[in-house]
Design a protein around this ligand. Structure first.
Ligand code: DON
Length: 587
């Protein structure tokens, strides 16, 4: 244990207080899973001087290691893991969805590649309105819910631009698992069971995911996906052009015409994966790099860090942990209120750079009272709205990989809720996303995650729906990279990413300790503070006394991360809340 704490302490030299014994009542050791492996035998932490990866599925982590063994780098490993996840973890992400990749290159430059889905060009303001009212059923299930998928284009682009060995062998490996089948884990079994009623409405999806009696398969059942195998082999033979300009686009468009969906051949043909300018913030001497719009994550993690910087967070956690959690909740509320009003795809909406102005954030956080919850009535008014805008400078999973060359990738990918729209394009094995639900259908109308939005995130042709995905990379004051993290979990992605950064920088935890420790989440509206039930009861009671309305949950978000110590040792960790795994290259 001592060794781990020493290790943690070395991560952000000079920036953090000594690790706090039994900090805020966390079980010492921070989760039984945080040692080497979990009770199920899955590796949750892996160290290597050469290369590591962490994903939510052992087969995906293995695919990453196989890519390294073929001479690949961290990007090749991430691409291999992503493709394997499309086979073994299809409820969270897949070829019919999208993703955001934040990459640090060995020379210290960061690139943000946007593989977020885009709304179909023929979408109308009233596409999701029935009898004068927005109908979230339409944006959540069925053909209208699907936006143009971006993941395939994203993976091919990063593989060609930053990878070393190409993606063909990784595609073949994923195809083999799809064709041969794999035993589904408890998370997938539960996910199919909980969506079985919707899946039954779509014959192609039901044939693949349900058993012969149209029932959800049990944990351990072997799931075979022959059509998906064929799709992966087509990509290996013909590249992403097969998907965006060939058979896949044509099949999808004709199925959409039959089913009343909107995706057309043109939507696929015009799909692009732009590079975006990263969001860069200094927090206690560290450089925190986040993803810009259409992610809201980068901006709001930065806002929350800047608001926190004027408080002694480490001391608060040590001396008055309930106050520290309360402070986190208060900055979350303020940032998420801004999200609801200001954020949308910056190619369409005016997203002010002033949201990150330190003076603005000092004003915004001035009324934080450490003794009681304050009402945050609405969004703030950041400065210079007219001129300084982001754009003009032109069920989900997080996976991550890093190698000794200094190449790091944080990739969050999603089909949105479990199995997305539930619509499988017949003959392809590809389930389409329901990312249209990440738009704000109308002011005050909540999406599947209870989020509200404004005109900035309204539905428009070709626009990318706002995302909470927050792939993040942190460097120290010397410019050396030290941490990468991200998560799945809708809006909880942003607030949990904040907590993981704070736990490493302010509290001196190691990445596995941070991932195992209890989390909280506040998204401003509804005015509820969600806490994991393992947060000590005394802290929950104190938070209630401060005026928070508390809801408990067994798990808030699923996160993966890697830290690098000052001597270059890489430690990858995966979330102990699910059967995830971390791996490292030994030779
Ligand atoms: O992009 C977003 O914000 C959502 N589509 C993410 C959904 C998600 O994290 C579901 N996960 N559990």
């Amino acid at each position: 244990m001592m060794q781990r704490r020493e290790f943690a302490r070395r991560l952000f030299v000079g920036a953090c207080v000594p690790a706090i014994p039994g900090v805020i009542g966390f079980p010492v050791g921070l989760g039984q899973d945080a040692g080497k492996s979990s009770r199920a035998g899955l590796m949750k932490v892996a160290t290597s001087r050469k290369a590591v990866a962490a994903t939510v599925h052992p087969l995906a982590s293995k695919a990453a290691m196989n890519a390294y063994s073929r001479g690949g780098n961290a990007v090749d490993a991430a691409v291999a893991a992503s493709l394997m996840l499309s086979v073994v973890d299809g409820h969270n992400s897949g070829l019919g969805g999208g993703g955001l990749a934040l990459i640090r290159l060995p020379d210290g430059k960061h690139v943000a590649i946007d593989g977020r889905e885009r709304a179909p060009m023929s979408v109308q303001k009233d596409t999701f309105i029935r009898n004068g009212k927005p109908d979230p059923m339409l944006s959540q299930t069925g053909p209208l819910a699907a936006a143009t998928p971006g993941l395939v284009a994203l993976l091919e682009h990063i593989s060609k631009t930053y990878g070393k060995v190409g993606w063909r062998e990784s595609l073949a490996e994923a195809a083999e698992v799809a064709e041969r089948g794999f035993a589904i884990d408890r998370v997938t079994a539960r996910s199919i069971a909980s969506t079985a009623d919707s899946i039954r409405q779509f014959a192609a999806t039901a044939t693949v995911l349900l058993d012969a009696d149209a029932q959800a398969p049990k944990e351990g059942t072997v799931l075979v996906q022959k059509d998906l195998g064929r799709t992966l082999r087509k990509l290996a033979d013909s590249g992403a052009a097969w998907f965006y300009e060939g058979e896949f686009a044509e099949r999808t468009a004709s199925f959409m015409r039959e089913q009343g969906g909107l995706l057309s051949v043109r939507d696929f043909k015009e799909y692009t994966t732009p590079s975006r300018d990263v969001v860069e913030t200094i927090y206690r001497g560290h450089k925190v790099i986040g993803f810009p719009p259409p992610s809201s994550g980068g901006i709001h993690v930065a806002q929350m860090l800047i608001m926190l910087e004027r408080f002694s967070v480490a001391e608060l956690f040590k001396d008055a942990p309930a106050k520290a959690y309360h402070l986190l909740a208060e900055v979350m509320k303020r940032a998420m209120a801004d999200r609801a009003y200001w954020l949308g795809d910056a190619d369409y909406a005016e997203v002010p750079l002033g949201l990150l102005d330190r003076g603005y954030l000092a004003d915004r956080s001035r009324d934080i009272d450490l003794d009681k919850a304050t009402e945050v009535a609405s969004h703030g008014k950041p400065p210079r709205k007219e001129h300084d805008l982001f754009e003009d400078r032109k069920h989900t999973t997080h996976l991550t990989a890093a190698d000794s060359s200094g190449l790091v990738i944080a990739l969050t990918q999603t089909v949105n809720t479990s199995f997305g729209s539930k619509v499988m394009v017949p003959g392809t094995g590809v389930v389409l996303n329901n990312e249209m639900d990440d738009f704000s259908l109308a002011p005050g109308v909540r999406n599947a995650f209870g989020l509200v939005g404004s005109a900035a995130n309204s539905v428009e042709p070709g626009k990318r729906p706002l995302s909470s995905m927050s792939p993040t990379i942190v460097s120290d004051s010397s410019g050396a990279w030290r941490l990468t993290c991200g998560a799945a979990g809708g809006p909880k992605i942003t607030t949990v990413t904040l907590q993981n950064i704070v736990k490493l920088i302010d509290l001196g935890m190691s990445i596995d300790e941070a991932l195992a420790s209890p989390r909280i989440h506040h998204q401003w509206s509804p005015d509820t503070l969600s806490v994991e039930d393992k947060l000590p009861a005394a802290i929950q009671a104190e938070l209630k006394m401060r005026g928070h309305s508390i809801a408990t949950s067994s798990a808030l978000a699923i996160a993966q991360g890697i830290m690098r110590d000052s001597e270059g040792l890489l430690t990858a960790a995966s979330d102990p809340r699910v059967p995830s795994s971390a791996s490292g290259l030994t030779s």
